[in-house]
Design a binder for this molecule. Sequence first.
Ligand code: ZN
Length: 307
Amino acid sequence: MPELPEVETIARQLRELVVGRVVDGFESLWVRLTEPVPAEHVAARLRGRRIVAVRRRGKFVVFDLDGGEALIVSLRMTGQLLFHENGAPEERFLRAVIRFADGTALHFADTRKFGRMAVVDAAVLGQGARPPTGRGAPPPGPRGDRPRVPLHESLGVEPLSRAFTVKWLSAFLQRRRRAPIKPLLLDQRGIAGVGNIYAIEALWRAKIHPLRKAGSLRAQEVARLREALRWVLRKGIRYGGASRRDYVDARGNEGRMQREFKVYAREGEPCPRCGRAIVRSVVAGRGTFHCPRCQRAPRIGFPARRR
Ligand SMILES: [Zn+2]
C-alpha cells in the first residue's frame, strides 16, 4: 500500500510530466471510482482545465487545477498512476483515463479497485499546520466515533513539514495518551501519510515497542520518534518508495526502499542493531515487526509506576 514516500515519488514525477497540460477528457471504467459523484460530473469539471501543480497531501496525489479546484487521487491498496506519451497499450486493470489536449494521457490502473478520485475545493486540503490543541478537527474517540468529515478534509499534520515539531508531537501523544503508539501513528487525522511499513521502521529506529501507550513515552523518546519518522520517510523518498506488490512510480518503475527495511517483513532474521531475532505480531489488525531486545515490551496489567 503506497505510503507517504511512494505517493511523494509519484507526485514529484507527475509534476514534471503533466503540469501545464490541459485536460481534454476524463473517462471512468469503474463505477465506484468517483462515488458518490457520477463520473460525468467529474469529467465536466475537469474538461478544459489546466493542471497548474502536482503535490502530495497525506497519501493523496493532488492535481491543482486552474480556478482553485483540485483533482485528488487516493491510490489505496493497488492504484497506479501511469503517464503515457501517446498510443500506449491499455493496462489490464485500467480504471480511468485522463486525456490531455496534446495527445498524452494519464492512466489509472488498480487491481483491487479500492482507489478513488474526486474533484474538490483545493482550499479544504489545508497544510496540516493545525495547532495540537485546536478544536478544528477533533481526533476520533476511543470507540471510533469519528466526525463525519471526508478524510481529505480532516488530514493531520505533515510529518516532513515545519509544523511537525517535538512540541506538537508531545501534545498529540498526551491528548491520545491511552492509545497504543503504533495504531496511533497510522491515524491519518493525527499525522498524515504514515502507514504500516514506515511506522514499523520508525518505531524500531526509535527503540519504542509498538504497544507502548502514547502517554508513556518519555520526552527523549518523543524526540527520538519524531526524528525516526522523518528519517525513514526521507529515506523512502530518496529510494523512490518501496515496492512490495503493486507499487510502481508514474513511469512504471519499482522503488528500491524494500531492500532497506530493518525489521519490516524480516521475521526471524537478526536485528541489525543487536542480533536478536525479529518478531512478528499483530497490533490492531495489522502485521507488525519489532526487535524484542531493542524495543522493550510495556508491562501489561500494572499501572505505570510514575505518576
Ligand atoms: Zn535489536
